[in-house]
Write a protein that binds this ligand. Structure first.
Ligand SMILES: *Cc1c(COP(=O)(O)O)cnc(C)c1O
Length: 460
């Protein structure tokens, strides 16, 4: 066989990948958080024509490390605060490597008994950890976008089933109307999901939000008839939580279904210290969360939870003569996908290693660093525009032009990376403390970087 197909190469190539990974890891703290100009220009080396013939696979890996590694964003380091991107806990990463060697397809139980078993265990552990009702079903997907999709598909179909309408066979053609109610600050992923589900923005009712971006339960439209209500636990800018419990009380009195987009915030449920923030979230009907954000499981890993197991299963049922069902869990029944990688492996590994108190410590640690960062930035004359209730901090330099210029300097500094946003009409630097790797020293260095960036921006 030609070069790339020799099984004897497996060990050798894994060793090589391991060496490159060690090299990457060693340089993580000293390198720029965002790749510099030269590293980005070097990416052009990938723009070659498709090779005509096989090459030595070592050459391929070498190129990936030489050209690819320097052009990565150092998201696994301690000073990356962009978007809401989580880091990667070592045990999750290591478990993922092992599982990558297994290369399991998690569609049917018979394709991977171990992955199916670990899904079952994670489902039970997570419902317990996050105070969701016992027996809550979980589907393991790529992220919260698909987890929202899953929860909302289950909700939509169940609301219509109660009206005597079977979406699986009849689709939405001529279906009875279902009201869709979201907060004015609902995440873009929610709007995308609703449009995929045939429920576009034109028909969506929007509930006003308060100064932190929380839905105003007192300004809810009059309810009646089937309604799909989307709340959030963790506003993507401010980190604020909607009053989910109060909303559930309202909606459940009428014929409604409440979904919670809890991409990063649902993990508050694992922290006794954050119980007040989380209270009432468990009353909802479905929930979406990312393990790749706050929990620091490697990308990509999201979970859709549904109180009514049958509602989730009936949304994703499929059949074919060649399928092989078992008396165990067949993972594809819980998600929009059929073939999928064994996400449950690294999720299980992180939960098993951290345990209940370790997850609480992780979540509390992110929030504590966010509070420290906010208070030190305030000491340095920056304005903090949100109540720092979780891991999100919205920073302003007092005027929009200076804030934008400071953000640009920060992004070029290589010392930290943050994104930007607008908050209640003001330009902000948006900080998300989302990595277990962030230390007190990283927070101090980051504050210094903010001060220097503002100085440079002021002079420019
Ligand atoms: C990140 C995020 C999403 C989208 O999640 P993905 O994992 O990127 O699909 C949705 N909602 C909120 C609140 C988020 O923070």
């Amino acid at each position: 066989m030609s070069e790339p197909f020799r099984t004897s190469d497996v060990s050798l190539l894994l060793d090589l990948a391991h060496d490159y990974a060690r090299d990457y890891q060693r340089n993580l703290d000293s390198r720029a958080v965002f790749p510099g100009r030269e590293a980005l220009q070097n990416l052009e080396r990938f723009s070659e024509d498709l090779p005509l013939e096989p090459c030595d696979p070592r050459t391929t890996l070498e190129m990936l490390h030489e050209v690819g590694s320097p052009a990565t964003v150092a998201q696994t380091g301690g000073r990356y605060f962009g978007f809401v991107n989580g880091g990667s806990l070592p045990v999750g990463l290591a478990a993922r490597w092992l599982a990558d060697v297994w290369d399991q397809n998690t569609a049917h139980y018979v394709m991977s008994p171990v992955a199916a078993k670990l899904e079952e265990v994670c489902e039970r552990w997570l419902a317990d950890l996050l105070h969701l009702p016992a027996g809550t079903a979980a589907g393991f997907v790529t992220g919260t976008t698909l987890a929202n999709f899953s929860g909302l598909a289950a909700g939509r179909n169940e609301l219509l089933r109660r009206q005597g309408w079977d979406v699986a066979s009849a689709g939405l053609y001529g279906a009875p109307p279902v009201r869709v109610i979201v907060g004015a600050d609902a995440h873009a992923a929610v709007h995308k999901t609703l449009s995929l589900l045939g429920m576009g923005d034109l028909h969506t009712e929007t509930v006003p939000v308060d100064d932190q971006g929380r839905m105003r339960a007192d300004l809810f439209p009059r309810l009646g008839g089937p309604a799909l209500v989307v709340t959030q636990a963790g506003n993507v800018n401010s980190g604020a939580f909607d009053p989910v419990g109060r909303i559930c009380n309202l909606v459940h009195e009428a014929e409604g279904w409440v979904h919670v987009d809890g991409a990063f915030g649902l993990w508050a449920g694992a922290s006794p210290a954050l119980g007040g923030l989380f209270a009432g979230v468990e009353k909802a009907d479905s929930w979406a969360v990312d393990a790749h954000k706050t929990l620091n499981v490697p990308y990509d890993c999201g979970i859709a939870f549904c109180r009514d197991r049958e509602a989730l299963l009936s949304a994703f049922r499929a059949s074919a003569a060649y399928f092989q069902w078992s008396e165990h869990r067949d993972p594809m029944n819980y998600t929009p996908s059929m073939s999928k990688r064994a996400r449950s492996v690294e999720l299980w590994a992180v939960l098993k290693t951290l345990g209940r108190s370790g997850v609480a410590e992780l979540v509390d640690g992110l929030c504590a660093h966010a509070r420290t960062l906010a208070s030190r930035l305030r000491d340095e004359g920056f304005s903090i525009l949100n109540d720092v209730v979780f891991n999100q901090v919205l920073v302003s330099c007092g005027d929009d032009a200076l804030t934008s210029a400071t953000l640009e300097q920060l992004q070029q500094s290589g010392e930290v990376w943050c994104g930007g946003s607008t908050w209640r009409g003001e330009t902000v630097i948006r900080v998300s403390v989302c990595s277990w790797a962030t230390t007190g020293d990283d927070v101090a260095r980051s504050v210094q970087a903010f001060v220097e960036a503002r100085e440079k921006a002021g002079k420019a």
